[in-house]
Design a protein. Sequence first.
Length: 86
Amino acid sequence: MMWIMSFAEFVHEANQNKNGKNIEKRSIWFNGKRKDKATGKLIESPYPRFDRYRAADFSRFRSAAGLVAGDPDPTEVLTTSKYAAA
């Protein structure tokens, strides 16, 4: 499982650092720590608000780009592109 998000989603969810050596860069924490009541130990757990970004592959971007049947053939893209050499 991976955390997969677009740049626009990252900018929306991330915090911008205000000071330190990484000033004006963005950071995001997908997990937090909570104390287990039985053992008293800290356990890492993902935040539920980021569940929509968990995925096994990049299929959510393929569907958004309109590629229904997988990736296109590179030779077909080069010959039908408006940037193809004339």
